[in-house]
Design a protein around this ligand. Structure first.
Ligand code: MN
Length: 235
C-alpha cells in the first residue's frame, strides 16, 4: 500500500541496527519481563520464590539507537536504568514449545529498560497500569542486534556503568525465566511475530540517572549499549 492510501503520512518504521549487516531489524512490538532476576526482585520487596516474573510492554517507537543522547523525560524526578538482554524474534508463532523456542530467535542485543520509577511506584500502590512509567518516548534504547546463528547465550556477564562507575552486574544464568521459557510463556498469551523484541529483565543495582550522565552497558558475547542523558525535555 503506497502512501497515497493514507490520510496522513505513515510514521517511519522503528528499527534497530544489525551487526555486520547494512540492513536493519524492523521493530513490530516490544515486550518486557519484570522481576526476572531474584536479587532485583528483592530490591523492590518481592519474594522471587512466591511472585513469578510477569510481562509488560512498550511501544515500538520507544527504541533508541546505540550511542544516542536522549532528553531527560518529562513528568519524572526518578528516572532509573535497567540493563537487559534483548531477544529479537525472527520467526513468529503461537504456543511455541520451550524446545523449539530458540528456533524463533533472530538474534540478541544489549538494551535499557528506562523507567520512571516514581510513576511506577505510584501505579503499584494504586493498582494502575505501568504504561507511562515504562512505555514513554525514548524508553527502550537497544544496541545492535547480533544474529544468533547457533549461539544462544544462556550465561555470561551482564553489567552497566554510569559515568564509569559500575552500577549493575549479574549473570544471564541468574534469570528466573530463561529465554526459551519466556518465549514459550509469552506466545501462550499473544502470537509473536518477526520483528518483536523481548527485554528479558534486569539484574540488581537499578538506580537513578540524571541529565549529563553517560551509560555504558554490555552483555558478554552479545554486545553493548551506550546512552547519554541530555537536558529535560519540554513539550
Ligand atoms: Mn526491566
Amino acid at each position: 500500500m503506497d502512501n497515497d492510501a493514507f490520510v496522513l503520512a505513515p510514521a517511519p518504521r522503528p528499527s534497530v541496527a544489525v551487526m555486520g549487516d547494512a540492513r536493519r531489524f524492523p521493530v513490530r512490538r516490544i515486550f518486557c519481563v519484570g522481576s526476572n532476576y531474584a536479587a532485583h526482585a528483592r530490591e523492590f520487596g518481592a519474594d522471587p520464590d512466591r511472585d513469578p516474573p510477569f510481562f509488560f510492554s512498550k511501544p515500538a517507537d520507544a527504541v533508541v539507537a546505540d550511542g544516542a543522547t536522549i532528553p531527560y523525560p518529562a513528568q519524572t524526578g526518578n528516572l532509573h536504568h535497567e540493563i537487559e538482554l534483548v531477544a529479537a524474534i525472527g520467526r513468529g508463532g503461537a504456543n511455541i514449545s520451550r524446545e523449539r523456542a530458540l528456533d524463533h530467535v533472530f538474534g540478541y542485543a544489549a538494551g535499557l529498560d528506562l523507567t520512571r520509577r516514581d510513576l511506577q511506584a505510584e501505579a503499584r500502590i494504586r493498582g494502575r497500569p505501568w504504561d507511562l512509567a515504562k512505555g514513554f518516548d525514548h524508553s527502550a534504547p537497544c544496541g545492535a542486534i547480533k544474529p544468533a546463528g547457533a549461539e544462544h547465550p544462556a550465561r555470561g556477564r551482564i553489567e552497566l556503568a554510569v559515568n564509569g562507575a559500575l552500577r549493575q552486574q549479574g549473570d544471564l544464568s541468574d534469570m528466573i525465566w530463561s529465554v526459551p521459557e519466556i518465549i514459550a510463556f509469552l506466545s501462550g498469551f499473544v502470537r509473536l511475530e518477526a520483528g518483536d523484541l523481548i527485554f528479558t529483565g534486569t539484574p540488581a543495582g537499578v538506580a537513578a540517572i540524571v541529565a549529563g550522565d553517560r551509560l555504558v552497558g554490555s552483555v558478554a558475547g552479545v554486545g553493548s549499549i551506550a546512552l547519554a542523558i541530555g537536558p529535560a525535555s519540554h513539550f
